[in-house]
Design a protein around this ligand. Structure first.
Ligand code: NAP
Ligand code: ZN
Ligand code: ZN
Length: 347
């Protein structure tokens, strides 16, 4: 077993504290990655506070992992010692179901092994995430990271990047389309950069007036303060596609009404409580409401390569791990521009 240092929370109401644990020995297809940076996703907070139910404690969060390979198993072909590597939201899956076979492992119908707050393939041993010194992962679930990308800015691509890239691609967002992004946080700011890079006209719908200048810098063409109902009413029937990346309860109907006929609203944000949908919000214009979860390994690699080629990375505030609890509080308040990333050297 490999002694590993990390930060964990022992229950839904405690703060994160130093925690020592053990990683498994490398199997023939495993790589050992020394973690350099790990992003802070709002999902880390939802799960650590058990807002979605079923959380496993102690919990070492973190699924936006960038590091360097320090050891490889005997059969490893894709990685060499010293190479950069990335790990996202899952580290294995059943590999035999229809979704796994289609390269959509995130929708695995068997057992998806989450990077943390899950169990290994034996369905017993808990998994621990990236707020830690090192991780062991199967090479087939480990991503290649271009040296063209800034390392800290690349970490959030492993969740925020792929979660926004995947629905933009699935719904073929591109030139001539009007895209709305609701909530300018970690996911939202990546959605703006990616949708703008794909040629869409992007409008940010935000509760924070102070983010207007940033929104334009990130590539948005329009910025609307969503707290004022009149601002939203003026945009009725406007958008082809809306990506909703809000982490807290909000009125979905106000945004559905901004879609044109046959427009699509994709939920990626996961508020702790159910959202209400008025039947007429969908019926009157045959609008579609759907959701999307992260992305498969193949598409995550495609997104990473796309970002490297287009010089796209996350706007990050790098922090030492000792400030992680404060960073969580600031994330909850929406006070992050636009992703906290932990410098794991400080662990
Ligand atoms: P984040 O950085 O905290 O951003 C959330 C944004 O939502 C905030 O910046 C804020 O934007 C807006 N917001 C927050 N509280 C609000 C409120 N009370 N009313 C209206 N707007 C509010 O979070 P994130 O890391 O981007 O994650 C966003 C959500 O996506 C979380 O629920 C997370 O769990 C989920 N997620 C889902 C997936 C998936 O696979 N589907 C993957 C990763 C994360 P403004 O200031 O602009 O209003
Ligand atoms: Zn995440
Ligand atoms: Zn599967």
């Amino acid at each position: 077993m490999l002694p590993t240092r990390g930060y964990a929370t022992k229950d839904p109401i405690s703060v994160l504290e130093p925690f020592n644990f053990e990683r498994r020995e490398l199997g023939p297809h495993d790589v050992l990655i020394e973690i350099l940076y790990c992003g802070i996703c709002h999902s880390d907070i939802h799960q650590a506070r058990d807002e979605w139910g079923g959380s496993i404690f102690p919990m070492v969060p973190g699924h936006e992992i960038i590091g360097r390979v320090t050891r490889v198993g005997s059969q490893v072909k894709r990685f060499k010692i010293g190479e950069l590597a990335g790990v996202g939201c899952f580290v294995d899956s059943c590999r035999v179901c229809a979704s796994c076979k289609a390269g959509l492992e995130q929708y695995c119908e068997g057992h998806l092994v989450l990077t943390y707050n899950g169990t290994e393939k034996d369905k017993k041993m808990p998994t621990y995430g990236g707020y830690s010194s090192q991780i062991v992962a199967d090479e087939n679930y480990t991503l290649k990271i271009s040296s063209q990308l800034p390392l800290a800015g690349a970490a959030p691509l492993l969740c925020a990047g792929i979660t926004t890239y995947s629905p933009l691609r699935h719904f073929k967002v591109g030139p001539g389309q009007r895209v709305g992004v609701v909530g300018l946080g970690g996911l939202g700011h990546m959605a703006v950069k990616l949708a703008a890079s794909m040629g869409a006209e992007v409008t940010v719908l935000s509760t924070s007036k102070t983010k207007e200048e940033d929104a334009h810098r990130l590539g948005a063409h329009n910025f609307v303060v969503s707290r004022d109902a009149k601002n939203l009413e003026a945009l009725a029937n406007r958008f082809d596609f809306i990506l909703d990346a809000v982490s807290a309860p909000h009125d979905l109907n106000a945004y559905l009404n901004l879609l044109r006929r046959d427009g699509v609203l994709v939920l990626v944000g996961v508020p702790a409580k159910p959202l209400q949908v008025e039947a007429f919000s969908l019926i009157l214009k045959r609008r579609r409401l759907t959701g999307s979860a992260i992305g498969g390994i193949r598409e995550t690699q495609e997104m990473l390569d796309y970002c490297a080629a287009k010089n796209i990375a996350s706007d990050v505030e790098v922090i030492p791990i000792q400030q992680v609890n404060e960073a969580w509080e600031r994330t909850i308040k929406g006070d992050v521009r636009y992703r906290f990333v932990i410098d794991m050297k400080t662990l």
